[in-house]
Design a protein around this ligand. Structure first.
Ligand code: PXP
Length: 256
């Protein structure tokens, strides 16, 4: 079997900004967290500039791009305002996500099927500027196919429903959701699309999803930043890296 591609860890620093914004002012600084995350083994940094700027601010994005020295994954809604900002900042990648003002976090995947006509030119404008486009989608074959029609080189599979089922100890649902992730990841490979995954991952679920050979990047935020309160950010990231490596060593489909 050919060696598997390195499984990259993208650390999402949104919630460092959430804590900062709770008091106003400059601390804790998400850029400082990003630099520490990289020193601890992160392969890239993810940050979501929301329409309501509830955590990451425009200036954080500018500073992240300037200071981190590793790929910046700019999560954003597919709006004209965000397109303008992304074209100015020129991150390594953008991950297009759905956004609702009332949600606490990104609740579902993009409507790639219904919004194909809008997303195709939108994605192509980013691609022409040299920005890699990833679409955050539900783990379904139809969504993967729509992403291929849109021309996205990357999809990020939404792992939220699976992670919730695991946390809530619903083995039947967890098994069914994991099976959807397995088939969507395999289908992405068939369609020639690079496959990422994220949302709600912790040490256990990151280890498990690392077993899918097609998945080459995990984007993880909330759990890592929360764990950092107890053990520090560096230890939190190193432990996540170890969990991912352990999963990779037991990849699904590998022989005995
Ligand atoms: N990937 C995407 C596209 C997301 O929207 C989020 C949440 O911002 C994450 C990954 C990270 O999710 P979590 O914070 O639950 O680890």
């Amino acid at each position: 079997m050919a060696p598997l591609p390195h499984l990259r860890l993208g650390v999402n620093v949104d919630h460092v900004a959430t804590v900062r914004n709770a008091r106003g002012g400059d601390v804790p600084d998400p850029v400082r967290a990003a630099l520490l995350a990289i020193a601890a083994g992160a392969d890239g940094i993810t940050a979501h500039l929301r329409e309501d700027r509830r955590h990451i601010h425009d200036d954080d994005m500018v500073r992240l791009k300037r200071e981190i020295g590793k790929p910046l994954n700019f999560e954003m809604a597919a709006t004209e305002q965000m397109l303008d900002i992304a074209l100015k900042i020129k991150p390594h990648a953008t991950c297009l996500v759905p956004e609702k003002r009332t949600e606490r976090t990104t609740e579902g995947g993009l409507d790639v099927i219904g919004a194909q006509g809008y997303l195709k030119p939108f994605a192509s404008e980013l691609a022409h500027a040299g920005i890699r486009v990833s679409l955050f989608i539900e783990p379904s074959l139809e969504a993967v196919e729509a992403a291929a029609t849109i021309g996205a080189p990357v999809v990020e599979l939404h792992t939220g429903a699976w992670c919730n089922a695991v946390i809530q100890s619903e083995p039947g649902k967890a098994g069914a959701e994991f099976a959807r992730l397995v088939s969507a990841a395999a289908h992405a490979e068939t369609c020639g699309i690079e496959c990422h995954a994220g949302h709600g991952l912790d040490f256990g679920t990151a280890r498990e999803i690392a077993r899918l050979p097609q998945v080459v990047e995990l984007n993880i935020g909330h759990f890592l930043i929360g764990e950092a309160i107890f053990v520090g950010l560096e230890a939190s990231i190193r432990k996540m890296r170890a969990a991912m490596d352990a999963g990779r060593a037991a990849v699904i489909g590998a022989g005995p």
